[in-house]
Design a protein around this ligand. Structure first.
Ligand code: CTP
Length: 407
């Protein structure tokens, strides 16, 4: 819950701003005090009076506003930075994201972003047209903000105000409040504190020629959620990520790779000193035997492609690990029972396997939810029902923690 927490809600000029009075209400209902900061364009989309009414405070927007919460002896933008327990920016437009990254201070929202105490969490919920969201400029700015510790709440897919359909919708206000609650919940003292954790995530790309590759639909969301949660619990996390469009979780060291061979090379550097290895990547089992320089030209009606096996990253780690190093894998199946997963647990010498069945709707690659069945070496089976991948990552780590050797 958010009882007594002081939250700054920064609203930018996007169509999703119309949902923010509801967001304010939810924050208030959860017990928080909310100070709204709106950009001039935000107030084109949502009325100042609505926001002031639901938040029970005047909306601040002008850099030179004189009245705000906190110490009366200091200027508002300074006191706000001290008053706030957290800063949420929703919806965050490409323009504001760029201005925050550049450090501009030309309105109340941007200046308070700078005056916020550095240990206070910031949650940014980007919302814009899908092409804008995917642009390298926006992604670069988001990555830079994530690297300085801001949490980015990934937008959702659906109909957009631009008339397009795609990634860019602001998550529903309920999801924003849930994310904020998770961020403000005091982290329990976890057995993962100070442990070295390596997580692989996302797909790999196996080169066919200079312009084509073989890959799979993995979005990396599950692995990134695990890395984020492990870091939140105080672990020292290295995330070896295949090509995905996700921001780096706060406090995580990320190593971007392309192929299974690259992933093996990067991950194996950490094999020696890690306490826990979690293979969440959808590593391609095979790669083209002889990738072609340039472009393969078509000539016959059919073509045969010869593939050779890729290294098994998790398998190699497990085979060579020292006593006390834990090994956790995922087993994604399109059907069949947990027999496959048990077989993988044995074959790869794992401590725990997370079995999930692909249905493409509530479980699968691009979706934000998943369900897992966890099987450990002692034969214990734990069913985790469909829930957001972030929550599932927490439950998975709850099951792993007791397996860690005592210090
Ligand atoms: N894995 C890996 N390196 C590979 C292949 C898989 O590290 N080359 C890891 C995955 O990250 C996952 C687990 O091993 O944790 C999955 O095992 P695997 O037997 O490869 O699963 P599938 O590819 O689903 O196996 P199969 O095709 O035999 O069902």
């Amino acid at each position: 819950m958010l009882t007594g927490k002081n939250i700054i809600l920064g609203i930018c000029g996007g169509i999703a701003a119309y949902k923010t009075p509801h967001l304010v209400r939810l924050f208030k209902k959860a017990g928080a005090n909310v100070q709204v900061l709106a950009t001039a364009s935000a107030l084109q989309f949502v009325s100042e009076l609505s926001l002031a009414t639901v938040s029970r405070r005047p909306v601040l927007r002008d850099l030179f506003d004189l009245e705000g919460p906190g110490d009366d002896d200091k200027t508002v933008h300074i006191t706000l930075g001290e008053w706030a327990d957290a800063f949420v920016i929703a919806p965050a437009t490409a323009n504001t994201i760029a201005r925050l990254n550049a450090g501009l201070c030309d309105d109340m929202l941007s200046v308070c972003f700078i005056t916020l105490r550095p240990d206070k969490p910031v949650l940014i919920a980007p919302a814009m047209d899908g092409h804008m969201y995917g642009s390298p400029t926006v992604q670069r700015n988001l990555s830079a903000l994530a690297a300085q510790g801001c949490s980015i709440l990934d937008p959702e897919s659906g109909d957009l105000a631009s008339g397009q359909c795609g990634l860019g919708r602001m998550p529903e206000p309920e999801a924003i409040v849930t994310a904020m609650e998770a961020m403000l919940r005091p982290a329990p003292v976890s057995p993962l504190q100070g442990r070295k954790v390596v997580v692989t995530a996302g797909p790999t790309r196996e080169k066919l020629d200079d312009v084509r590759f073989l890959s799979n639909y993995s979005s990396g969301k599950m692995g990134f959620a695990v890395a984020r949660e492990a870091a939140r619990r105080g672990a020292d996390v290295r995330l070896v990520a295949g090509p995905v469009s996700l921001g780096t979780p706060p406090g995580v060291e990320r190593i971007d790779v392309e192929s299974a061979a690259d992933m093996m090379e990067a991950a194996s550097r950490f094999f020696g000193d890690c306490d826990l290895f979690i293979g969440a990547a959808a590593v391609a089992d095979y790669r083209p035997e002889a990738p072609v320089t340039g472009k393969i030209k078509k000539n016959d009606e059919a073509m045969a492609l010869r593939l050779v096996r890729n290294p098994d990253i998790l398998g190699e780690f497990s085979a060579g690990r020292k006593p006390g190093q834990l090994s956790v894998g995922f087993a994604l199946e399109t059907g069949g029972g947990i027999g496959y997963a048990r077989e993988k647990l044995e074959r790869k010498n794992l401590d725990l396997v997370a079995f999930n069945v692909y249905d493409g709707a509530t479980t699968g690659f691009e979706v934000d939810t998943n369900a897992l069945t966890l099987i450990d070496r002692a034969g214990n089976v734990t069913e985790l029902p469909v829930m957001p991948k972030d929550a599932l990552a927490g439950r998975l780590l709850d099951e792993i923690e007791p397996l860690l050797p005592r210090r």
